[in-house]
Design a protein. Structure first.
Length: 514
C-alpha cells in the first residue's frame, strides 16, 4: 500500500532504531565491520574529456565489497569508482561523494564525463576530490544487472506499434529470462537494494583512505543518502540533496498528480508572461487538442507510433528546459514532428542502463501501490499512469521475485547531520510537496524551492549554494540567487520551431482564436 508520512511525534518512537549522527570526527567506517574493502586501480571504463589524463586528473578502479554485508566472509562484488582530483588554489581533505539517481543509471557513463570536463570546473575548483561510485549492479560494476532481453522486446513493441497492455506479457517474459540468466551466474538478486547499496558507501570511502566526507545525492540518490544517514552516519560532514525523494511516500504513485501540477504551472506562467501569451495565446487548448487527437489517431514518426499519451509523457521529461516547452507544444500542435522524430529511437539508455538493479530495488521497496493511490482525474494524470502500477506489479510478481525489505526502512530518517534540501517547482518525479517530508526528521536541514527548476537539474544558483554550504555547513547558504530566477520563454512564434538539432522549420500558423 502507499506509505504515508509520520509526524515527528510518531517518529520519536523509532528513534532507538534510527542511527543518529554524532557530528564527531569519527573515521568513515563502522566499528562492527570486519571486512576490509580494497581499492585496485585500473584504466577508466569510459572516454575522458580532451586534455584529462587517466591516472592523473582522474583515477579509476574497483573497490571490492561483500555482496551481502551481513556475510562479510561470503561472496564479494566489485564497484567501479572514479576519483576526480581536486583543483583550485587549495585542497581540502574531505571529498564530495556523488550519489546518482536511477536506480540503474551509470555514474561512469553519464556523470564522470560531465564532472571531469569543462562544465565540472566549478566543482573541481572548490578544492575537494569528487568521488563517483558506480552503484552495485550498475553497468561498469561487477556484476552488471543489465537486461538486453527487455530492450529487445521493447524495440519490437515500438516497431509493431504495440500499446502498453499488448506488450506487457512479452516484457514480463523478458524480465523473467533476464532474472534466470543472472541467477544462473550466481548473482543473489535480493542483495541489490538500497540497504546493501548504502552499506557500500562507507567501504568505498574507507578503501580510498578518506576520514570524513560530504554527500551530494540527486533523485534516487537522495533516498540512498537517507539510508546512509540512518545506517552509517559516521564520518559524514554534510549532505546536499537535490530533487528529494522521501522514504515514507511512494514516488511512483505521486507521478500522475505531480505531472498535472507541473503542466498547469507552465500554462499559468505562460498566460502571465506577455511575450509567451502573445506568441502562444491558446497554448493549453492546443495542448489538450493535440493530445486528444493523437490518442484517437496516433501518428507514425520514424519507426515509432506516437499517441497523445506518449506526447504527454515525453514532454513531462522536458521541464528542465522550461523556456522551450511552449514552443515544443506549439510545434507538435501545428504538425511539426521533428522533435518527436528525435524521440522515435528511445532514450539511448539501452547500452548502459541496468534494469535488473532498477527492479531489484523497486520490487524490494516500492511495489506496494495500486491505481487507487494515484490521481487519475485528468487527461495528463491518466497518460502518466498508463502502465502503472500494472507493469511494476506484474514484473515484481511474475518475473523479479526478490526479498522485501522490512517496513522499518520506510520510516522517515532522523538525523542531525547538516543538510541542504533542494527541489524545483516543475519537478514531475519529486515534487515540492516531498520537501517537508524529507526535512521533518533532519534537525539541521535548510530547505529551498527553486521557482523554475525541473527534476534533477543543476544550475549555477544550485551549484553556488551547494558549494557554499559544503564549505561551511554550520549555517544556511546564501540563497539570494533564487530570487533572481526567472524564465525567458523562447517566443519565435508558433509558426517557427527551433529544434534540438538546431534546425529551423516553418510550420503552419496557429488558427485564429474563436
Amino acid at each position: 500500500m502507499l506509505r504515508f508520512a509520520f509526524s515527528l511525534a510518531t517518529l520519536t518512537v523509532f528513534a532507538s532504531v534510527a542511527l543518529l549522527s554524532s557530528g564527531s570526527n569519527a573515521r568513515a567506517e563502522d566499528p562492527e565491520v570486519t571486512f576490509k574493502p580494497t581499492f585496485a586501480g585500473t584504466t577508466c571504463p569510459v572516454a575522458l574529456p580532451a586534455g584529462v589524463r587517466d591516472g592523473v586528473e582522474v583515477r579509476c578502479g574497483y573497490v571490492t565489497v561483500p555482496e551481502r554485508h551481513a556475510r562479510p566472509e561470503g561472496k564479494t562484488i566489485q564497484l567501479a569508482v572514479a576519483v576526480v582530483q581536486a583543483g583550485g588554489e587549495r585542497t581540502v581533505a574531505d571529498p564530495i561523494v556523488i550519489l546518482d539517481g536511477g536506480p540503474g543509471v551509470s555514474s561512469m557513463s553519464l556523470t564522470l564525463p560531465f564532472v571531469a570536463g569543462p562544465m565540472g570546473a566549478p566543482l573541481r575548483d572548490a578544492g575537494r576530490d569528487i568521488v563517483l561510485i558506480e552503484q552495485r549492479g550498475n553497468y561498469h560494476s561487477k556484476p552488471a544487472l543489465t537486461c538486453p532481453e527487455v530492450f529487445g522486446v521493447l524495440s519490437k513493441a515500438i516497431e509493431t506499434d504495440q500499446n502498453v497492455e499488448q506488450r506487457r506479457g512479452g516484457v514480463v517474459t523478458a524480465y523473467a529470462a533476464c532474472r534466470e540468466r543472472h541467477k544462473g551466474l550466481g548473482v543473489d538478486l535480493s542483495a541489490y537494494n538500497s540497504v546493501e547499496n548504502a552499506a557500500d558507501i562507507p567501504m568505498v570511502v574507507q578503501a580510498l583512505k578518506y576520514d570524513r566526507y560530504n554527500v551530494y545525492g540527486v533523485s534516487y540518490g537522495t533516498q540512498l543518502a537517507q539510508h546512509l544517514l540512518r545506517d552509517h552516519p559516521q564520518g559524514i560532514r554534510s549532505v546536499v540533496l537535490n530533487s528529494v525523494m522521501p522514504m515514507d511516500a511512494n514516488v511512483n504513485a505521486a507521478v500522475p498528480g505531480s505531472a498535472e501540477r507541473a503542466f498547469q504551472l507552465l500554462f499559468e506562467l505562460c498566460r502571465k508572461d506577455t511575450a509567451c501569451t502573445s506568441a502562444y495565446p491558446r497554448l493549453e487548448a492546443e495542448f489538450d487538442a493535440i493530445v486528444a487527437q493523437l490518442n484517437t489517431a496516433p501518428r507514425k514518426v520514424g519507426a515509432r507510433m506516437f499517441t497523445g499519451d506518449d506526447v504527454v509523457r515525453l514532454l513531462s521529461e522536458e521541464f528542465g528546459d522550461l523556456a522551450d516547452m511552449p514552443r515544443k507544444i506549439a510545434a507538435i500542435s501545428h504538425g511539426d514532428t521533428s522533435w518527436l522524430a528525435s524521440k522515435a529511437g528511445g532514450s539511448g539508455a539501452a547500452g548502459t542502463e541496468s534494469l535488473g538493479l532498477l527492479y531489484s530495488t523497486i520490487c524490494a521497496e516500492d511495489a506496494d501501490f495500486t491505481r487507487n493511490d494515484m490521481l487519475l482525474e485528468t487527461q495528463i494524470e491518466r497518460a502518466m499512469a498508463a502502465g502503472l502500477p500494472s507493469d511494476i506489479l506484474a514484473i515484481c510478481a511474475g518475473a523479479w521475485n526478490v526479498d522485501k525489505l522490512p517496513k522499518l526502512v520506510d520510516y522517515a530518517v532522523l538525523s542531525d547531520v547538516p543538510a541542504v534540501l533542494m527541489t524545483g517547482e516543475f519537478d514531475v518525479i519529486t515534487p515540492p510537496t516531498f520537501l517537508p517530508l524529507v526535512g521533518a526528521g533532519m534537525s539541521k536541514s535548510y530547505q529551498f524551492r527553486f521557482p523554475t527548476g525541473g527534476h534533477a537539474d543543476i544550475d549555477p544558483c544550485k551549484l553556488t549554494m551547494m558549494l557554499a554550504f559544503i564549505e561551511d555547513p554550520s549555517k544556511a547558504p546564501n540563497s539570494a540567487c533564487i530570487g533572481t530566477s526567472s524564465v525567458r520563454f523562447n517566443t519565435a512564434g508558433p509558426g517557427i520551431s527551433t529544434l534540438p538539432d538546431g534546425l529551423n522549420q516553418a510550420v503552419p500558423p496557429a488558427p485564429p482564436a474563436p
